[in-house]
Design a protein around this ligand. Structure first.
Ligand SMILES: [Zn+2]
Length: 209
């Protein structure tokens, strides 16, 4: 539910999916990543629909084309109150990323659940009562994201994943995987959200046709 971003950040589709909380262990990294970029059948679509990756593009024009969708619907920038679609933008320096493998990086950030008090895009009455479920118990905690440059990640195996590699190349696609631990001791895997923080923002759009 992206329209709830101001309450507790950006949630992935894994929430409530009913599938394994650690799809990368059940299916393997290569399969979860390649199926997230491209799926050909119901089984692959299920993995796409239930994993914890969020897709982003390095290209603003490509990201905007997804708002128009396959029917290329016309749209304009709008105010928050009348928005039909959201564009989430991320902003960090290369030096903020730590490379841990080919095309795979980690990024640490500090959350900001008080953002609604200074940024109208994040203000809401309900949101003003929301707190970070980690930092409330562990002040100063640094949140973690795994980032994958999909084209670079697949470049070494492009003979096995030619369509996926080409699609990642065309879309300039990056995958983001929230990598914060569960707070419930019985929880498995990672929390499925990117916390409210200063490194990401939102823009609003309305369809005009
Ligand atoms: Zn936090």
């Amino acid at each position: 539910m992206p329209e709830k971003y101001f309450e507790d950040g950006l949630w992935t589709k894994q929430v409530g999916s009913g599938d394994d909380p650690e799809p990368h262990k059940k299916y393997g990294w290569m399969r979860t990543i390649s199926n997230h970029i491209h799926f050909r059948n119901e089984e692959e679509k299920f993995i796409y629909d239930t994993n914890a990756f969020l897709s982003f593009s390095l290209s603003r024009s490509i990201a905007l084309s997804f708002i128009g969708g396959t029917k290329n619907r016309p749209f304009d920038a709008s105010v928050r109150e009348s928005a039909d679609a959201f564009l989430f933008t991320f902003n960090f320096e290369d030096s903020d990323l730590q490379e841990i493998g080919d095309g795979v990086y980690t990024f640490e950030y500090t959350c900001n659940y008080g953002r609604g008090s200074t940024d109208p895009d994040f203000y809401s009455f309900i949101g003003s009562f929301c707190r970070c479920n980690i930092c409330e118990n562990f002040p100063g905690y640094r949140h973690k994201l795994l980032l994958i440059d999909a084209e670079e990640f697949l470049s070494g195996v492009q003979d096995d994943f030619p369509e996926e590699h080409l699609k990642a190349y065309w879309d300039k696609e990056w995958l983001l995987l929230p990598a914060d631990p569960m707070m419930d001791p019985s929880g498995i895997g990672f929390q499925s959200k990117i916390a409210i923080a200063d490194f990401w923002a939102i823009e609003f759009f309305k369809y005009t046709g």
